[in-house]
Design a protein around this ligand. Structure first.
Ligand SMILES: Nc1ncnc2c1ncn2[C@@H]1O[C@H](COP(=O)(O)OP(=O)(O)OP(=O)(O)O)[C@@H](O)[C@H]1O
Length: 300
């Protein structure tokens, strides 16, 4: 399922510009949308999901036009959406909740709906907990029920917004693996500010900040962007300079500081290979610097 977004702009009331001339292409598999809080990720996802209309720009999901009412209705049929918050149905059992969501999604035939609920529970490995109330579930289990809900109509496009926030490390890994499995036969769009989730699951990603596209490409292309910008400084006190310290490792007599920026002038500096988090920090640094410059297009 190919998604093409061109010149997408969203202006909320009060002239809040959440998306600014955003163009990107998602060609299938698992795609990551990375950006800090307030970057415009949720706005983008909600527009794609047809919940919100854009102020400007075009959206094509497969052969459907997301800017028309008819196109949005068609897109909703082939789309599953896991929002950040699932809502408060905590007194329902997993099965009752999914059955109810199935009715809302227009699965009117009871037998067919039950079959889809059973299949979705099976995909997320929750069949054995179908009769338990949602309020007794851990964060990771609730997230899996959220995915089951999004899978009820067997969508070709699955949109998940910040799905691992608040999960413990083990739950996060399980959840990431589940998303990768699902991406085998559909397009999965994963929005997050957790770099590791994208590094572990996505081949393609886009990085946005302040509603603008900073980067689109593969994980290895993004790594290349920070090549020659990541350093290890060994020192006995915190170094200062035009860089961002991303980690500090106390080695006893001295400390290893991992920093991102132009080559520091400090002694005991060695270049190291960037990871995706370093690249992300590099892009964010550049964005902040551009914002500080009055001539930057980011300030228009
Ligand atoms: N309904 C709204 N009315 C006005 N401004 C809004 C509305 N929804 C979002 N915004 C603003 O639009 C910008 C982008 O918000 P959005 O929620 O899309 O970002 P995000 O990347 O998803 O952030 P987060 O990870 O914090 O959810 C922010 O400045 C936000 O305050």
């Amino acid at each position: 399922m190919r998604i093409e977004v061109r010149h997408l702009t969203k202006v909320y009331r009060g002239d809040i510009r959440a998306l600014e001339d955003l163009s990107l292409t998602i060609s299938g598999g698992m795609f990551g949308l990375l950006g800090p809080n307030g970057a415009g990720k949720t706005t983008f996802m909600r527009i794609l999901a047809g919940v919100l209309s854009p102020s400007n720009g075009s959206i094509r999901v497969g052969s459907y036009d997301g800017t028309t009412e008819r196109g949005r209705t068609q897109i909703k049929r082939i789309l599953g959406y896991l929002p950040q918050e699932l809502g408060v149905y905590t007194d329902l059992s997993a099965y009752e909740f999914l059955d109810y969501m199935g009715i809302l999604k227009g699965l009117d035939d009871r037998k067919q709906r039950q079959r889809r609920v059973d299949e979705s529970l099976e995909i997320v490995a929750m069949s054995h907990l179908a009769r338990r109330k949602l309020k007794t579930f851990s964060g990771g289990m609730k997230r899996r029920i959220g995915i089951a809900q999004a899978l009820l109509n067997d969508p070709q496009l699955l949109i998940v917004d910040e799905p691992t926030a608040g999960l413990d490390p083990e739950e996060r890994i399980l959840f990431r693996n589940l998303l990768s499995d699902l991406a085998g036969k559909r397009t999965v769009l994963l929005s997050t500010h957790i770099v590791e989730d994208i590094a572990q699951t996505c081949q393609q990603l886009a990085c946005i900040a302040k509603g603008r596209l900073l980067f689109q490409g593969t994980v290895s292309e993004m790594l290349k962007e920070a090549q020659g910008k990541v350093w290890q400084i060994t020192a006995d006190q915190k170094p200062e300079g035009n860089f961002t310290i991303v980690s500090t490792l106390n080695m006893g007599l001295n400390t290893h500081y991992r920093v991102v920026g132009e080559k520091p002038s400090n002694p005991n500096v060695v270049a190291i290979e960037p990871n995706l988090e370093d690249s992300y920090i590099w892009f964010m640094r550049n964005t902040r610097q551009a914002l500080a410059s009055p001539r930057s297009p980011l300030n228009e």
